[in-house]
Design a binder for this molecule. Structure first.
Ligand code: AMP
Ligand code: GLY
Length: 424
């Protein structure tokens, strides 16, 4: 089938999704809203109000859109997939109910407990249980992990090494740092993190190349948590045996559980995992969409008709024959940020050198936070670009990424220098 696709979103993840779908044999036409200047190279940009579900549906009907792919979590949390399905439009993305796996940490932890999915022990505290949360945190072994129960743009988690830090985090969350939901307090998981994406319909799924993200802002995993400062795939920590455990102990029970509880999962299930020394996985978190920046690496090593794959999942007949290989070689992604991120940072910084960086045919520079003004490319976010290279080996991919990073300039350019180092 010739797909006419509308992709929702504007970051590096959406640039990678746009590139993969635009180059798919089955993609006839691709629109992206709101997109960004990098995405404009791959697709037609259309400006729609994402919060206005009727406006999105009208656009789809008018333009014979056959598939909507939702990039970020916010529209899913607001029920965009439900609204479009009611209008008879196929969507790759979960319902509002199924999106609770990401939008409520408490829901997700209770769900895992019901279905025997390995995760850290926890206790959930509601909006009016500040005092109880405080005393529980005060008595917990260290480190202790404090999580805001609702969406917090990746910033609602504190791994507290001291009692003071733990109480400060609880107090900040109850003071409304992110909203008026409660908190989840959980035990600390030791090990190495991995991100595994499953393309799902109901109980059917296929996993893509496992990736490793670098969440902390500083080299050596120091400093604040961010949305992700770089990633690589496939991550050697996830051996075939480990991936098998992830399939049987995590993804299978989650998808069966979601179906049996009346909220079958359609879309990308993002499993954020901690892999311990024995290769046993525990779930750190679920997201209900692709990860950013991991997707830039994962899709770079995927050989598939991505558009057909997502369309088949959206229509309830997941077709894994759309995938030729999930991992041709290796990919490394280095995020170029505006110094100060994840706290205050400057916008509007002039960017140069992307063409030079992309003169290497193994390099793609994904736009994460950019805008165009009077023909000039400017930064427009904390994470500005995702410099991604592929190679036959991880070493080669890493070297090419950092060579490309050196060719790109903007004031206050900041990046981690140790992406993928752990795997080398
Ligand atoms: P989350 O938003 O739940 O993925 O948490 C953000 C980051 O905090 C994770 O990527 C981990 O690095 C860390 N983290 C969260 N929960 C735990 C845990 N239980 N044990 C250790 N680290 C954690
Ligand atoms: N890189 C982690 C995320 O997308 O949530």
């Amino acid at each position: 089938m010739s797909e006419r696709i509308l992709l929702i979103g504007s970051g590096g993840r959406e640039h990678a999704l746009a590139k993969a779908m635009a180059s798919s044999t089955s993609c006839d036409k691709l629109w992206v809203t709101p997109g960004n200047p990098g995405i404009a190279r791959e697709a037609e940009i259309v400006l729609l109000n994402i919060a206005d579900h009727d406006a999105i549906a009208t656009f789809c009907h008018k333009n014979n859109v056959t598939l909507v792919v939702v990039g970020p979590e916010q529209p899913l949390a607001e029920g965009l997939a439900d609204s479009l399905r009611e209008e008879g439009i196929d969507v790759f993305g979960p319902s509002q109910q199924a999106a609770q796996l990401e939008t409520s940490k408490g829901f997700s932890k209770d769900f895992m407990q019901r279905h025997g999915v390995p995760t850290a022990p926890y206790k959930r505290f509601g909006a009016s249980e500040h005092d109880a949360a405080r005393s529980y945190a005060a008595g917990h072994d260290l480190p202790v992990v404090i999580k805001y129960d609702g969406l917090a743009a990746g910033k609602g988690v504190v791994v507290a090494l001291t009692r003071e830090e733990a109480l400060e985090a609880v107090d900040a969350m109850y003071a409304g740092a992110f909203g008026d939901d409660g908190v989840v307090i959980e035990g600390f998981l030791a090990g190495q993190e991995a991100s595994v994406f499953a393309v799902c319909y109901g109980s059917d799924f296929v996993t893509l190349a496992p990736a490793q993200d670098h969440k902390r802002v500083g080299d050596g995993d120091t400093g604040k948590n961010t949305g992700g400062m770089g990633a690589y795939a496939p991550a050697p920590i996830v051996t075939p045996a480990v991936l098998d455990k992830i399939h049987t102990q995590v993804i299978r029970p989650v998808l069966d559980g979601m179906s049996s509880e009346g909220m079958p999962f359609i879309g990308c299930l993002f499993c954020g995992l901690m892999i311990d020394n024995n290769g046993d996985p525990s779930v750190v978190e679920f997201n209900v969409r692709f990860g950013d920046p991991e997707t830039q690496a994962v899709l770079s090593v995927l050989s598939a008709d991505t558009a057909a794959l997502f369309a088949s999942a959206a229509r309830g007949a997941l077709d894994t024959s759309c995938i030729a290989s999930t991992a041709i070689g290796y990919a490394c992604n280095v995020v170029l940020a505006s110094a100060g991120y994840p706290d205050a940072f400057d916008r509007g910084l002039a960017i140069t050198g992307i063409d030079d960086a992309e003169a290497d045919p193994f390099v793609t520079v994904y736009h994460a936070g950019t805008k165009e003004s009077n023909g000039e490319l400017l930064s427009n976010g904390g994470r500005v670009l995702g410099v991604t290279a592929v190679g036959e080996t991880l070493e080669q991919a890493v070297r090419r990424s950092y060579e490309a990073v050196g060719k790109i300039a903007f004031a206050n350019k900041y990046f981690r220098t140790d992406i993928a180092k752990r795997a080398l």
